[in-house]
Design a protein around this ligand. Structure first.
Ligand code: PHE
Length: 363
């Protein structure tokens, strides 16, 4: 393209010269912009611009054919191009070398920069603490599915067919028989008592388990209610288990979690699967039982439901109720976490806002 020979006209020679100048300009512009972040990129630059087969060398090889009267101008431009490319290459090489560690100067005994750890979720912290308290008196942890059937969540737990907790308003159904109650309806578990039925169906007493997990109820989301939350339920089945055993274990739990001065009181209540049933209050640990806005000036706050396992439930789960008795209790992890850390809005637990979560870094 750049050949100069006696057959080319003056116009052709000028045209070739123009193209060559343009190419030099174009390469100069490219060189201004090039960058290398590692040695592979630097080597690619060297090959493209400075090697024997590179674009600049290519232009030099064509220099021989440039018309003699233009050799001076083009020669100067080519030399400038080559120098600029070499300078830029050296600059980039120095920059990369500066990034390399000088092992003679580096202090290899220095402890590394600490890896920034995330924080544990407050619900996990509280759950772990509760499990730890009960595991010290022999409770083990049992797990079960969140997608359950009516049988394990309701039928085996003595829920009457028309019990309101089975109603569509409380329960998220996944598969439901139209117009009639069926043990085979598939739903999201509304409490972890379903894990207790699974344990009773498969294990022989003595049984001493904790069932932590997420549960779902069809409720409008607000600061005080959510459509999912976390429970820890406990079950103890053995010979001669009495209500006094239940009370003593719950007192131990309350004192371990909220402090030695904590007192408990049990109020009669109703659950389909326990008889008798109770709700447990603890002395408000914010005011020490004197009365404050948190405990609505009563001095007491409710923390769990409990009772003696209904003999019907034991029988339905294949346990001889003449030989065995048991107690069960269930608490909401969010409620205990609210009491522990004074979190006022339940929604904070599931929003994944690091400004909230980071506060539990040293808990
Ligand atoms: N399953 C009950 C609930 O979800 C709690 C509970 C468990 C009550 C065990 C008594 C005994 O509300």
């Amino acid at each position: 393209m750049f050949f100069y020979n006696k057959f080319l006209t003056f116009a052709e020679v000028s045209f070739i010269l123009k193209i060559m100048k343009e190419q030099i300009q174009e390469i100069l512009q490219q060189i201004e912009k090039i960058n290398a972040t590692n040695s592979e990129e630097l080597e690619a630059i060297r090959l493209k611009y400075l090697s024997k087969k590179g674009v600049i060398s290519d232009l030099f090889s064509r220099f021989r054919e440039v018309a003699p009267d233009q050799k001076k101008e083009i020669g100067e431009q080519l030399n400038k191009l080559k120098n600029t490319a070499s300078e830029r290459f050296n600059e980039l090489q120095n920059k990369l070398n500066a990034l390399k560690i000088d092992y003679n100067k580096a202090d290899l005994t220095r402890t590394p920069d600490p890896i920034k750890l995330g924080t544990r979720h407050p619900l996990s912290l509280v759950e772990e603490r509760i499990i730890d308290i009960f595991s010290r008196i022999g409770f083990t942890v049992a797990d079960g599915p969140e997608i359950e059937d009516d049988k394990h969540v309701f039928s085996l737990l003595n829920f009457a067919p028309e019990h309101p907790a089975r109603d569509m308003q409380d329960t998220f159904y996944i598969e439901k028989q139209p117009d009639k109650q069926s043990e085979h309806d598939i739903l999201l578990r509304t409490h972890t008592s379903s894990v207790q039925t699974r344990v009773m169906l498969t294990q022989k007493p003595p049984i001493r388990v904790l069932c932590p997990g997420r549960v779902y109820r069809n409720e409008a989301i607000s600061a005080r209610a959510h459509c999912f939350f976390h429970q820890i339920e406990g079950l103890y089945v053995d010979k001669n288990v009495s209500f006094a055993d239940l009370r003593q274990v719950l007192l131990y739990f309350a004192k371990e979690l909220f402090g030695e001065k904590t007192e408990i009181r049990l109020r009669p209540s109703y659950f389909p699967f326990t008889e008798p049933s109770a709700e447990m209050d603890i002395t408000c640990h914010l005011c020490g039982g004197k009365g404050c806005s948190f405990c609505k000036n009563t001095g007491w706050v409710e923390i769990l439901g409990c009772g003696m396992v209904d003999p019907n439930v034991l029988e339905l789960c294949g346990i001889d109720s003449q030989q065995y008795s048991g107690y069960a209790f269930g608490l909401g992890v969010e409620r205990i976490t609210n009491l522990t850390y004074k979190v006022k809005d339940l929604r904070l637990f599931s929003e994944n806002d690091v400004r909230f979560l980071n506060q539990f870094i040293s808990c």
